[in-house]
Design a protein. Sequence first.
Length: 320
Amino acid sequence: MDISVVIPLFNEDESLPELYAWIARVMKSKGFTYEVIFVNDGSTDKSWDVIEQLRAKNPQNVKGIKFRRNYGKSPALYCGFHKAEGDVVITMDADLQDSPDEIPELYRMIKEDGYDLVSGYKMNRKQGDPLSKTIPTKLFNATARKVSGIHNLHDFNCGLKAYRKDVVKNIEVYGEMHRYIPYLAKNAGFDKIGEKPVHHQARKFGKSKFMGWNRFFNGYLDLITLWFLSSFGRKPMHVFGFLGTLVFMIGFLSALGLGIDKLWCLANGIPQRLVTSSPFFYIALTMMMIGTQLFLAGFLGDLISRNSSTRNDYQVEKEI
C-alpha cells in the first residue's frame, strides 16, 4: 500500500464527508493505493456515525478507531500509527484547514528525496486563528528549534506531516508529545527531516479545539521533559550525581572554612562566638544534605534505568 492517512478528530462531523471525498479524489487522480484511518477521540457529536457511513461505502479504504472518551491528539496518533500499513504515512487535521492536494508532493519527498519525515509549514495562516494561539505558537517554535537542534523547521506543531513507515513504527507518541514528533524521530535516529510550505485554509466548520495559553505552558513543560529524557534518560547519575557532588562540596567547603576560622581565632586568643550561632553554618549544612539527596536520586535513577525493560532497546536500521 502506498499511503496511509491518519486523521485524529474531535467533534468534526460536518467536515468529514468533504474531507474524505477530497482525499479520495487526490488519491485516484495519482493512482495511489491508500487507506484513511479516522481516530475518533471521544467526540460527542455524530462524528462516529459519519465514519461508519464512510466505511460502509468505502470498505477497502476507510478504517476507524473510536475512543471511549477524549484522550488527546497524541494517543489518537499513536493508535493510528499502530494501525497504519502504508509505505508513507500522512497525518492531517480533520477541520479542512490542511489541504489533501499537498499529499502527492509530500509522498514524493519521502520516496524520491529520501526524507524520513517532512513537516508542513503554514507560512500564510488564514484569519481566524486568535492571538492566544498564534503568539504562543511563534514562541514555542523558536524554543523548540533551539532545544531540538532541528533548525530547518518553522512549524513543529503543523498537523500536516509525512513519515516513512519505519518512523511511525519506531517512535512512541504519548501525553501531548505530538508537538515534538520531529524531535522524537531525531532521537530515534531518523534525522533526515525536511519541511514543505503548505496551503492553510480558513476553518469552514466549528471552532478550533486547541486554543489558549495553557497549551503554550504545557508545551514548554513537555519540551523540557523530552530534552531531559533524551539527554539523561539512560544516565541520570550524570546530571543528579554531578549536581549533588557540586552542591555537597560547596556546603562542605563552607563548613570547613567556618571551622578553620574558629580554630585560627582560638589559636590567636581572639574571642569568637560558637560556630553553630552563625547562619552560614546552617546554610552549609543544608547544602550538604541537599547534595547528598541529589546524589542518591541519581543513584536510584541509575538503578531504575538498569532494571528497565527498555534499557537495551536500540534502533537497529539494518542487519545482514
